[in-house]
Design a protein around this ligand. Structure first.
Ligand SMILES: Cc1cc2nc3c(=O)[nH]c(=O)nc-3n(C[C@H](O)[C@H](O)[C@H](O)COP(=O)(O)OP(=O)(O)OC[C@H]3O[C@@H](n4cnc5c(N)ncnc54)[C@H](O)[C@@H]3O)c2cc1C
Length: 399
C-alpha cells in the first residue's frame, strides 16, 4: 500500500475519528493539535442517523450512551422564569426527533475519541503546521515548534478556521460564509437546580440559555446573538468574553449571573455562526474533513455527525483505493457531497427560531411551539432532520 504516513491537523472530533479508521485500515496516522491537550467545552451535540452507525462500528456507542446528557426538553421562558412555550424531547418522535437523539457534551465525545486512539496513534500537542510543500513523493511539513517531517498525505481536521485549508486552498474569507450570528458556551453551576430541562430566554436578536449536565451537578450556559462580522483576535479569550458581556449587557433574566460566572469558566467557547463551502475538499495530497471542509454551522445541529461520518468515509476510501490518494479523494467526494449538502440546508430554519429579530417574531415562535403537538405536519419537522441525518448509505470498507 502507498500513501501510508498521514498527518492529521486537529484533535477534536474529525481528527481522532479519521485517525481511528486510518489505523484500523493499516495506515500510520499522526495527529497534531494546537492546544496543549484535547479541548474540553462546547454544547451538548447530537449523534444522528448514520453517525450513530459509525460510532457503533467504532465500538464507542455504549460509552456515548453512558455520557448521554439526558435533556428532557426545552422551554422558552420570560424574565421571571415562567414557561412561555415548551418542547419535550420526545415530542417529535424518537425516529427523527429534533432534540430527542443521542446527546453528549462535545468535550465528552472528544475525550472518548482520544482515549480510543491514543495508544496506537501518535499525538503531538501544542504545535501546528506552519508550511506544506508537496511534490510527487510526498508532503514536506514545517511545524511551528517541532522539526520538519515528510508525510505521504495531510488531512485538515482543524475546524472552521482551518490552518491546513488556508495553506492549501487560500484565505478563509473565500470559503467561510458568516450567517449573521455568534455563539458562545461554557460550563457553570446548575444554580437553578434544573431537572433535565433546558431554559432559553429571548429578546430581539439575542437568546441565552442554560441546561443541566452531569446528572444535574453542573450546567452549560449558551448564548446566541445576531451580529454582522466582528473583528477580534481568535486566540484572545478575554476579548471574546468582553464582546459577549457587552452583547448581553441589558438582557436581564439569569444572564447577569451567568455572565458573572463566565470569567471563571474553564472552557469558554466563542465563534461566529458560519458555514464553509468549497468546490473541492482536496488538492493534491491534502484533504479536508469535518468543519474545515463543510462546517454546516451550529444552527444545523449535525456538525459532529457530519464530521464522524466524513472521517469514516475518507479513511474507508483510502483503504478501498489501496492508499492511492487520487482515487480515494474522488470517491470521498462522490460518497459525501449530497449528504453534506442536506446537512448544511438544516441551518436556515433553526436560526430563525433560535434568534428571532423582533418581539412579534418571538411571540410567533412561541405560538408555533405551543401549537406543535396538535399539528398534523409536526412529523415533517422531525422528518427533515431524520432524512438529512440518514442521507448516506455507509459502505462496509474492508481493510
Ligand atoms: C473548544 C470547542 C468548543 C466547541 N463548541 C461548540 C458548540 O458549543 N457548538 C457547536 O455547534 N460547535 C462547537 N464546536 C465545533 C464542533 O466541535 C464542530 O462543529 C464539530 O464537532 C466538527 O468538529 P471538527 O473536528 O471538524 O472541528 P472542531 O471541533 O472545530 O475541531 C478543530 C480542532 O482543530 C484544532 N486546531 C485549530 N486550528 C489548528 C491548527 N492550525 N493546527 C492544529 N490544530 C488546530 C482545534 O483546537 C480543535 O481541536 C466547538 C469546537 C471546539 C474546538
Amino acid at each position: 500500500m502507498h500513501d501510508r504516513d498521514i498527518l492529521i491537523s486537529g484533535a477534536s472530533i474529525a481528527g481522532p475519528a479519521v485517525a481511528y479508521w486510518l489505523r484500523r485500515h493499516g495506515f500510520n496516522p499522526t495527529v497534531v493539535e494546537r492546544a496543549p491537550a484535547p479541548r474540553a467545552g462546547g454544547q451538548a451535540i447530537d449523534l444522528r442517523g448514520a453517525a450513530r452507525a459509525v460510532a457503533d462500528r467504532m465500538g464507542i456507542l455504549d460509552q456515548v450512551r453512558q455520557a448521554h446528557v439526558g435533556t428532557r426538553g426545552i422551554s422558552y421562558v420570560d424574565a421571571a422564569n415562567r414557561r412561555l412555550a415548551s418542547m419535550p424531547a420526545d415530542l417529535l418522535g424518537d425516529s427523527g426527533g429534533a432534540i430527542a437523539e443521542l446527546e453528549i457534551l462535545r468535550g465528552d465525545l472528544v475525550d472518548i475519541l482520544y482515549r480510543a486512539t491514543r495508544d496506537d496513534v501518535e499525538y503531538v500537542f501544542e504545535d501546528a503546521i506552519a508550511d506544506i510543500a508537496e511534490d510527487d513523493a510526498g508532503v514536506k511539513v514545517a511545524f511551528q515548534r517541532g522539526q520538519p517531517r515528510t508525510f505521504d498525505l495531510v488531512v485538515g481536521a482543524d475546524g472552521v478556521h482551518s490552518g491546513v485549508r488556508a495553506l492549501a486552498f487560500g484565505e478563509e474569507s473565500a470559503f467561510v460564509r458568516h450567517l449573521g450570528a455568534y455563539v458562545s458556551s461554557f460550563s457553570t453551576a446548575n444554580h437553578l437546580e434544573l431537572d433535565g430541562w433546558e431554559l432559553l430566554h429571548s429578546v430581539p436578536g439575542r437568546t441565552a440559555g442554560i441546561y443541566p449536565t452531569r446528572q444535574g451537578t453542573r450546567a452549560t450556559a449558551v448564548f446566541f446573538f445576531a451580529s454582522p462580522p466582528l473583528a477580534y483576535d481568535r486566540y484572545d479569550l478575554g476579548q471574546q468574553q468582553r464582546l459577549l458581556a457587552a452583547a448581553f449587557a441589558d438582557q436581564g433574566w439569569e444572564v447577569p449571573r451567568l455572565l458573572a460566572a463566565m470569567w471563571e469558566a474553564p472552557d469558554f467557547y466563542f465563534d461566529s455562526v458560519s458555514q464553509v463551502h468549497l468546490d473541492r475538499w482536496s488538492r493534491g495530497r491534502v484533504a479536508l474533513v469535518g468543519d474545515a471542509a463543510w462546517c454546516p454551522s451550529p444552527m444545523a445541529g449535525v456538525g459532529t455527525s457530519l464530521a464522524l461520518v466524513g472521517a469514516y468515509v475518507l479513511a474507508g476510501e483510502l483503504a478501498a483505493a489501496g492508499g492511492d490518494h487520487r482515487a480515494a479523494f474522488a470517491g470521498y467526494e462522490a460518497e459525501l457531497r449530497d449528504y453534506v449538502a442536506q446537512g448544511q440546508r438544516l441551518a436556515k430554519g433553526n436560526a430563525a427560531g433560535l434568534i428571532p429579530r423582533s418581539r412579534p417574531q418571538i411571540w410567533m415562535r412561541n405560538q408555533l411551539i405551543r401549537m406543535l403537538p396538535h399539528m398534523p405536519w409536526r412529523g415533517l419537522v422531525a422528518g427533515g432532520v431524520h432524512k438529512a441525518a440518514n442521507a448516506i448509505t455507509l459502505k462496509d470498507y474492508r481493510s
